[in-house]
Design a binder for this molecule. Sequence first.
Ligand code: DAH
Length: 302
Amino acid sequence: AHTSAHQHHLMARGLDNFLVVGDVYRRDEIDATHYPCFHQMEAVRLYTPDELYQTRAGEDLAVFQAVPDPERSKEKQERHTVDAVKALEIRLKSTLEDLSDTLFGTECEKRWVDAYFPFTHPSYELEVKYEGKWLEVLGCGIMEQKLLESAGVTDKVGWAFGIGLERIAMVLYGVPDIRLFWSRDSGFLSQFEGAKPEDDVKYRAISAHPQVLFDVSFWLPDGVGFDDMRADVCDVIRGTGGELIEQVKLTDEFVNAKKGRKSQTYRVVYRSNEKALAKEEVNVVHKAIERELVEKFGVSMR
Ligand code: DAH
């Protein structure tokens, strides 16, 4: 149900600083920001008292109280000192604010909300402004000391967070609905094809109407190289087909063995936002594209 379940065995193995990525399954409602299967990245950071406080020789700040409080308060667990909780909270929140700034830019509004989670106390959620609404992107908090102890860690304290990866991708690429990540529609998938995570991809709405596929194949004029054609051909197809062109893709290239002529084939995906296109009307546009290509580049249709 969440990647926090992996904290225990990784700490028991001796790790004190890690990220875990996993798929998460929940009997959740389904809407634009919730889906019963999604992905999380979990992070844990443990500190010895020296690492936490960066103390100099002679200074001695404790992370545990000599005598634990009889009960936890809103601010802290029974065993933690106020200093430990403050130092952890500052490190946790500044790390995550930096992460948000790096991912979404400093202009993106963000806010902290108090929360409850079973493995942390105190706990917080980070929300960012997306499409005019606050969207929860992660949960985090000061790790339960009992959890560390049960994994054999007796001398450290730590923070943890769990971040929803689809939610991050929604904000980063402007994807309005989490269900789109399950789409097999090439109108959606092609927008991200070959892109790196840091590329500035912005999602364009896909049409609810079906695609109509046509190929265009031609011989290049003598002396013209494959590379010389590609960008220009795509421009002409998009320029002539206008709004009806959803995708253009080079699907085949070869040199004829006998005559040494070069051939290219492009797949053109037609799709309208307004209606289901008929083959006949697409054919009219496709013929116009072929004429343009012949006139502009001197290719001959195969
Ligand atoms: N497990 C929480 C969830 O799935 C997210 C979370 C909250 C992860 C707090 C953490 C944490 O590591 O410290 O909603």
